[in-house]
Design a protein around this ligand. Structure first.
Ligand SMILES: *Cc1c(COP(=O)(O)O)cnc(C)c1O
Length: 412
């Protein structure tokens, strides 16, 4: 009989845009004993998680809960619950995840209109607003932090325009939530999706979402039509309007996350413990302090990369603070450098997709991975690996430049 060894994973320094290192407290929470999902102790944990999610999303929305599944489960739940076949959806694309929004919306029968901008940049909000006026969509769906390009789209003006024109505004804040500002109410976002395995430092497997009463009205309307209409002439039409997924039907999930507790799926018990602990850590640290911490380490990383003589990819005026994209120097095999970082230093950084494949590395500064030890470790290791690969860089500068950032901060 074949024997399998005990799990014995390496302790990596994970500096990718997710999954990142989990908070040790979150890993401990994962080993908490199981409760039944209607046990009052458990439903209390569900309610507390909703409360904490509202704070994370900076919203007064009643609805804030995790969808079970990875972040794209949250995106799919929101889109499939509000899109009816033939609905026009405007999706501005500035990286890979705009294509994901498009792919999901199209599968649910949306009439998708895309506008695209060059990778490494974001949209001028005026351009998006002009397009909204032109195509008159029911929904605008956009990515806040594009992990594929390291860029961040300003959302407030677009949100305000959507509200004025009675368009639903859906935002993928998977990468940005918990690491940089995401103000759901102030920016007039109708539905937002967050991620766990990025700046929350909780394992992958849940997608926190929030939505307001404008979205709720659409869901309730669809449910009413689904249940109330019996006229055979309208049956075909009714069928068309039913939310096409059972698992991702937000109207059913609302009943599950309300005091009615109507049975839907079995809540992912251990993941909910993990998310609750991750949120507790975020709120203990404080959103403002947490965002400042992410910025400090991003600065140290950026100064270190620059001091080495490497170039950053992307327009600096719209840089996503939690992902830093570095141009791979000419003649250097990016994958070989990444392998050396992993094998010799136990550090993981990310490669890239599509048009950027082989051209940039992406270094995340997210959640628990975003700390001084890791920044200094990755800079020292990257410098050593580049020298080993024959790259012409300013040796000995990177870690010093990062230390300068930390020391200046301490003396302020
Ligand atoms: C990571 C990511 C996703 C997808 O998340 P999964 O957890 O892999 O489903 C979606 N959008 C953005 C912006 C992301 O960074």
């Amino acid at each position: 009989m074949k024997m399998y060894k005990d799990l014995n994973t390496s302790l990596r320094t994970i500096m990718t845009p997710g999954p990142v290192e989990a908070e040790p407290r979150v890993l401990r929470a994962l080993s908490t004993p199981i409760l039944g999902q209607f046990d009052p102790e458990f439903t209390n944990i569900m309610n507390e998680t909703m409360e904490m999610l509202r704070k994370l999303f900076q919203t007064e929305n009643h609805w804030a809960f995790p969808v079970d599944g990875t972040s794209r489960a949250g995106i799919e739940a929101v889109l499939c619950s509000i899109i009816e076949p033939g609905d026009r959806v405007l999706i501005p694309i500035y990286g890979r995840f705009g294509h994901l929004l498009t792919e999901i919306a199209e599968r649910y029968g949306a009439d998708v209109v895309n506008i695209e901008t060059t990778w490494g940049q974001v949209f001028d909000p005026a351009e998006v607003i002009l397009e909204i006026k032109k195509v008159k969509p029911k929904i605008v769906a956009m990515v806040h932090g594009e992990t594929s390009t390291g860029c961040m789209q300003p959302l407030q003006e677009i949100g305000e325009a959507c509200r004025e024109m009675d368009v639903l505004f859906v935002v993928d804040a998977v990468a940005s939530i918990g690491g940089t500002e995401v103000k759901v109410d102030e920016w007039k976002i109708d539905a937002a999706i967050g991620g766990t395995q990025k700046c929350l430092s909780v394992p992958s497997g849940m997608a926190p979402i929030t939505f307001n009463s404008r979205v709720e009205a659409v869901l309730l309307q669809r449910k009413k039509i689904e249940r109330g209409l019996t006229d055979p002439n309208t049956q075909q039409q009714t069928q068309n309007r039913t939310i096409r997924s059972n698992y991702f039907d937000l109207s059913q999930l609302m009943d599950y996350w309300s005091p009615a507790r109507l049975n839907h799926h079995t809540e992912a018990t251990s993941m909910l413990y993990a998310l609750r602990e991750g949120l507790r850590i975020v709120l203990e640290e404080g959103l403002e302090a947490r965002i400042a911490r992410h910025q400090l380490h991003e600065q140290a990383l950026v100064q270190g990369i620059r001091a080495m003589g490497l170039d950053l990819y992307g327009d600096p005026s719209c840089k996503l603070p939690v992902v830093t994209c570095v141009s791979i120097p000419d003649g250097i095999d990016g994958e070989s450098v990444r392998s050396m970082l992993l094998n010799d230093f136990h550090i993981e950084i990310a490669s890239s997709f599509g048009p950027l494949k082989g051209k940039i590395w992406r270094i995340g500064t997210m959640g628990y991975s975003c700390r001084k030890k890791n920044i200094l470790h990755v800079l020292g290791a990257l410098e050593a690996a580049l020298i080993r690969h024959g790259a012409k860089i300013n040796a000995g500068q990177a870690v010093q430049a990062a230390l300068d950032v930390y020391h200046n901060e301490e003396h302020e």
